[in-house]
Design a protein around this ligand. Structure first.
Ligand SMILES: [Zn+2]
Ligand SMILES: [Zn+2]
Length: 452
């Protein structure tokens, strides 16, 4: 596809083509509407369901800002029923899902999720399980799950990602979204900035491990990312154009994941850091006020510093010294225990087999890294902005940027930086630094910048 970048988000629906990357990319969403006042188009968007049963899922807040209007618009021609969650902190767990199964009327033809975040995740999963299509009416540009095909749910207290389905349609009225709580707007921006380091990590995995890569999707994500970065100053004044750019980028992020069939274009080291922070909050019983995108935003600056650090490494010196040959397993385990406490055992079990503790294996891995080192440096140079640039963008939007402000002590931050990558089994700059024996040094370097 020559002009992927030139397509508007609304034009991306129904896309289906063979890409130069060798994969067929398709977007199975019928309609996307983003703009001022687009909520009034909802009856037309779902015209095929006229006269049928439509079930609205919302919470008290999203009912006030959008649900009421949705009902007004649909009441004449559709058979509308609804469930309004009243919980202050709604969790996507068994209880929430069970409640919806009890409330949804038989013969429902269409589900309408009014909200962002949990309302979305749970509606998407319900839609998938029941085989009833669903439509999203967004209320806040805070997360990139609008066009997602998976649902992160909490099962027996553990976050698990479940298969789900694309929405039939996404309707994001900017006149509504721009009045979302400020922290949600900032979180949306943070999640989008995360694409910088996600894309860079994807490149690294491609260069070193030959992992599948699509440069068209990469360009697409990069172009929307730049638009958001430029518009960041309009976050605090809730400028419509800024909110629109962020909303479109968040939708596109999900589309990009669907196109390549992996979360690579949307999530990398910055997300592992964010997940790690979230897990620390959860394990400490601290019902943190920070949203996913807020911690991702902080993570992007941190991982950008990791790239900056990597760029200045004299790899031949590292090889000559040979320190990289030894990775102390006990120290590795202890660090994970210090960070993840009650969840540590699971993480250690999950990760230990894919870490090279063996000298011979570490030597082989270094040989591979050596042959690709100049390509890796190029990624650091070309794809990752100066960390201060990212931090300034966050500051311009009034968003949190320093792990200190998330409440982490210097010591726990340093350990988290080292342990974050162990939550997943995917290659990126953080794993690379460990493979060359430089993760500890990088942790010192970065910790001293944030905690000076
Ligand atoms: Zn492709
Ligand atoms: Zn994210």
């Amino acid at each position: 596809m020559e002009n992927l970048v030139a397509l508007s988000i609304e034009e991306m629906t129904g896309l289906n083509y063979m890409c130069s990357c060798g994969k067929n990319h398709s977007v199975g969403i019928e309609t996307i509407k983003v703009g001022n006042g687009v909520i009034t188009k909802l009856p037309t968007v779902i015209k095929n369901y006229e006269g049928k049963k439509v079930f609205i899922i919302e919470d008290t807040h999203t009912y006030d800002v959008a649900g009421k209007k949705v009902e007004e618009l649909l009441n004449n021609k559709f058979n509308v029923s609804k469930y309004i969650f009243t919980e202050e902190h709604l969790h996507p767990n068994e209880l929430t899902l069970g409640r919806l199964l009890l409330e949804i009327p038989g013969d429902t033809s269409l589900i309408i999720a009014v909200g962002s975040g949990t309302i979305n995740d749970i509606s998407r999963f319900l839609s998938y399980k029941l085989g009833i299509p669903y439509v999203i009416v967004g209320t806040a540009p805070s997360m990139d799950g609008f066009a997602s095909v998976v649902s992160p749910l909490i099962h027996d207290g553990v976050k698990v990602t479940y298969d789900a389905v694309y929405p039939l349609a996404i309707v994001c009225d900017i006149a509504i979204m721009k009045h979302a709580p400020m922290q949600m707007l900032q979180a949306g921006l943070g999640d989008i900035l995360g694409k910088y380091t996600a894309l860079a990590d994807w490149h690294v995995a491609n260069i070193l491990n030959g992992e599948y890569f699509c440069s068209e999707v990469e360009k697409l994500v990069m172009s929307t990312l730049k638009k958001c970065e430029e518009a960041a100053a309009g976050v605090t004044s809730r400028e419509a154009k800024t909110v629109e750019n962020i909303t479109e980028a968040l939708i596109l992020s999900g589309i990009a994941i669907g196109m390549v069939g992996a979360s690579r274009p949307a999530s990398g080291g910055e997300h592992y850091i964010s997940h790690c922070f979230e897990m620390i909050f959860m394990n400490s019983g601290n019902n943190s006020k920070w949203l996913h995108g807020n911690t991702v935003g902080v993570g992007v600056g941190i991982v950008a510093y990791a790239y900056k650090y990597a760029k200045d490494i004299d790899i031949n010196e590292v090889v000559k010294k040979g320190d990289y040959l030894h990775l102390d397993k006990n120290k590795w385990i202890q660090n994970i225990k210090d960070v993840f406490t009650i969840s540590a055992t699971n993480i250690i079990e999950f990760k230990q087999d894919s870490i090279n503790f063996d000298e011979k294996e570490r030597k082989d891995s270094m040989q591979k890294i050596l042959t690709k080192w100049s390509d890796i440096i190029k990624i650091c140079d070309v794809f990752v902005p100066e960390p201060t640039e990212i931090i300034n963008t966050l500051k311009k939007a009034g968003a949190v940027w320093n792990p200190k402000d998330l409440g982490f002590s210097k010591e726990i931050f340093r350990k988290s930086f080292i342990a974050a990558k162990d939550m997943r089994n995917r290659y990126g700059i953080l794993q690379l630094l460990e493979d060359i024996g430089k993760l500890d040094d990088a942790a010192d370097y970065i910790t001293n910048i944030y905690y000076k």
